[in-house]
Design a protein around this ligand. Structure first.
Ligand code: ATP
Length: 441
């Protein structure tokens, strides 16, 4: 039975700030709601997440090609995708305190008073489009509207023909993209869970109508494997298949992968069989034929799309919640992030036992750093304190260089999760790290 998490949103937010994972953007100016900056450890963690995702979509069915699409898109493309007409959330304003609420997420009850000011004086419920709109160029006459993309997927669909022909792609194949998306969320909340500026990792998989269901099932299984490989507690993950009434009008079927956050089970990733909707719409609105000619049958057909889509930030938050533990070690309570070694931002820390050993320990640090760049050197405070510092940021191993090292060329390597210490030869450090999944993973 899984132990309940000790992590709370407040503890995660405080750890992220204290250790430099995440900062509120423009904090010195009072911040910007739903937008964050990532410090050194945050940047490294994001890189590891993205690398793991990119590796996880390699497969035996077909090739994956990558795209980096633009953030700004034309009005016409968002009309075709349905975002101008349909990408909105219902909202209501409190006429008294002017606070705005979403009405479909259970955060307010319109029969009751405003949770902020305690007075009941609501406007009508109306739809609020979540796209950020802007004007291109100097003339703001309404002829050159553009939109910041609310998802990366559409830049893949509009480049479908380009990607297929330039890569001489054979179906089935996928186009993957990692990039920023923007949504003017009515109420950004739960830290990195619901942001206005965030990053997505999306795969659009193009396949034939006949193989679509099989391919959908294939990706469901692959995605489960991904979360397992990240070392997540799989009993905090569940798959929620959408009922007919939950499906978007173009979706044939859709399953959300949900994680059990302290604030409940919430969507982490969506996997959808989108039929031929996207390419058909862009064909219709652009006047360009996006069908594929099949040499074998001498017929044209529009490929079906299976999509997998997950937010980097939401997964970042998930990994923090999942890895966070408070336990006892060496008679002290500690906060520890039990990241899988390939996800941990810092892979190894090296300590000289005392200041006297700083020079040879630093030389060892510099040698290892050439192969494993993200490691730290720490000489201040007791060894116990130095362990605690590394535990808190999830460093899987710490090496201590002591007085015996001078004679036996061995160091002590300590495991973050068990506290177990091994005495190993300096010449075996690399193979030890490889064996324990720290490098080449
Ligand atoms: P939700 O119902 O939580 O708003 P959604 O169904 O609108 O999500 P999708 O459009 O399917 O989300 O986006 C795919 C993924 O992108 C989500 O599963 C999530 O991981 C991420 N994502 C979407 N919106 C946000 C956001 N505002 N902030 C952070 N991540 C987001």
């Amino acid at each position: 039975m899984q132990k309940p998490t000790q992590a709370t949103l407040d503890k995660i937010i405080s750890l992220c700030k204290r250790k430099g994972f995440v900062f509120q953007t423009a904090e010195i100016y009072g911040g910007l709601n739903g937008v964050y900056d990532f410090g050194h450890l945050g940047f490294l963690l994001r890189e590891n997440i993205k690398r793991a995702w990119r590796n996880s979509i390699e497969n035996d069915l077909g090739e994956i090609y990558t795209l980096e699409g633009s953030l700004l898109g034309t009005q016409r493309m968002w009309e075709a995708s349905g975002h101008i007409d349909n990408f909105h959330d219902p909202m209501v304003d409190c006429k008294n305190c002017k606070k705005r609420f979403r009405t479909d997420d259970g955060s307010i009850d319109l029969n009751k008073n405003c949770p902020d000011c305690g007075i009941k004086n609501w406007t009508e419920v109306r739809n609020f489009n979540l796209m950020f709109k802007t004007e291109l160029g100097a003339v703001a006459d309404g002829t050159a509207h553009a939109y910041l993309r609310p998802e990366t997927a559409q830049t893949i669909f509009i480049n479908f023909k380009n990607m297929m022909t330039t890569n001489r792609a054979k179906m089935p194949f996928g186009v993957a993209q990692i990039g920023k998306s923007f949504r003017n969320e009515i109420t950004p909340k739960q830290f990195l869970f619901r942001l206005r500026e965030f990053e997505q990792m999306e795969l659009e998989w193009f396949c034939s109508q006949e193989s679509a269901m099989e391919n959908f099932e294939f990706w469901l299984a692959k995605r489960r494997e991904f979360y397992r490989s990240l070392g997540l507690n799989m009993d905090r993950i569940r798959f929620h298949a959408h009922g007919k009434e939950e499906l978007a009008h173009y979706s044939v079927c859709c399953t959300d992968i949900e994680y059990e956050f302290p604030f409940g089970f919430k969507e982490l990733e969506g996997i959808a069989h989108r039929g031929t909707f996207d390419l058909t719409q862009h064909s219709k609105f652009s006047g360009k034929d996006l069908a594929v000619f099949d040499e074998a049958t001498k017929t044209s057909h529009t490929p079906v799309v299976v999509e997998t889509s997950v937010g980097v930030d939401r997964l970042f938050l998930t990994l923090l919640f999942d890895a966070y533990y408070e336990d006892e070690m060496d008679g002290e309570t500690r906060v520890v992030l039990k990241f899988a070694p390939h996800i941990a931002p810092i892979k190894l820390a090296i300590f000289p036992l005392t200041k006297k050993l700083e020079e040879p320990a630093l030389a060892l640090f510099k040698t290892i750093k050439k192969t494993v760049p993200n490691i730290q050197f720490d000489v201040t405070g007791s060894i116990g304190k130095r362990y605690r510092r590394q535990d808190e940021i999830g460093t899987p191993f710490c090496i201590t260089y002591d007085f015996d090292t001078e004679h036996d060329n061995c160091v002590t390597i300590r495991d973050r999760d068990s506290g177990k210490q091994d005495r190993i030869a300096i010449t075996d450090i690399m193979s030890y790290l490889t064996e324990h999944g720290v490098i080449n993973s």
